[in-house]
Design a protein around this ligand. Structure first.
Ligand code: NDP
Length: 239
């Protein structure tokens, strides 16, 4: 039985990825921070497909919590797929950005990737098979005013993905980043898309399912040579 561990799967893009991978036959381990109601809805949706879904709540920014939740569990049953999707924004211009806004975003989006992946890497290497996908952002590729914390965290994630791909490709573990543009989720619900529509050649927001389809393809047996890449799902926002 193949298991996919989706970090930050209770809402938005992570939810769509969890459901899509369940449709492809993966048993789902789904993590989230605190939104129990949303997580339980996803669990029900996945179980309605006839697929098992186990929920785990922890803060990815807290190394001890992550270790307690995952270290032993992943030794006993190593997931074939890890999707690191947890991410937050705390936007502000540099001149106003507080230390707390900077630290929270880096701790969640970038340090969380280390905290989680560190628990899985040894059993994955032993198994010599698997996929690690990090959800980055177009902001980490081209920068975004008002998002220096977020863009730095996502650019860091891209650097980590590329380096890890060089480290462990020879062990048959694929490592890639998927980099969404503007996707219609709770994260972007306060955005007035009409004001920035002209920046997106396709002239529309993306859907969580657009990202989920890309992730599903990357972790499928239909792809055997995409490795260490940043795959944009952005309607042409970054070309
Ligand atoms: P949402 O805010 O809708 O969902 C975020 C998910 O991450 C939730 O499951 C949330 O859990 C979890 N999460 C957040 N912080 C933590 C934490 N500290 N510990 C554990 N889990 C946490 O986000 P989106 O679906 O919009 O975004 C998903 C990813 O895609 C993010 O990495 C984001 O940066 C990236 N992205 C999104 C874009 C967009 O336009 N939406 C564009 C580019 C990138 P809980 O429900 O418990 O809070």
């Amino acid at each position: 039985m193949k298991t996919a561990l989706i970090i930050g799967g209770s809402r938005g893009i992570g939810r769509a990825i969890a459901v899509r991978l369940a449709q492809s036959g993966f048993t789902i381990w789904l993590t989230y921070k605190s939104n129990h109601d949303a997580a339980n809805l996803v669990k029900k949706e996945i179980e309605a497909l006839g697929v098992d879904c186990e929920l785990m709540a922890f803060d990815v920014a807290n190394y001890q919590q992550v270790q307690e939740a995952l270290e032993k569990k992943c030794m006993d049953n190593v997931p074939e797929v890890l999707v690191y999707n947890a991410g937050i924004t705390r936007d502000n211009l540099m001149i106003w950005m507080s230390k707390e806004e900077w630290d929270t975003v880096i701790d969640t989006n970038l340090n969380g990737f280390y905290n989680v992946t560190r628990q899985l890497i040894f059993p994955m290497l032993q198994r010599k098979k698997g996929h690690i996908i990090a959800i980055a952002s177009v902001s980490g590729q081209i920068g975004q005013a008002g998002q220096i914390n977020y863009a730095a965290s996502k650019a860091g994630l891209i650097g980590a993905v590329k380096s890890l791909a060089r480290e462990i490709g020879k062990k048959n573990i694929f490592v890639n980043a998927v980099s969404p543009g503007i996707i219609d989720t709770e994260m972007t619900e306060e955005l007035d898309f009409n004001k920035i529509k002209h920046l997106v050649p396709l002239q529309c927001m993306g859907k969580a399912s657009d990202v989920a389809e890309t992730v599903e393809f990357l972790c499928s047996e239909r792809q055997t040579y995409i490795h260490g890449q940043v795959i944009g799902v952005n309607g042409g926002l970054a070309i």
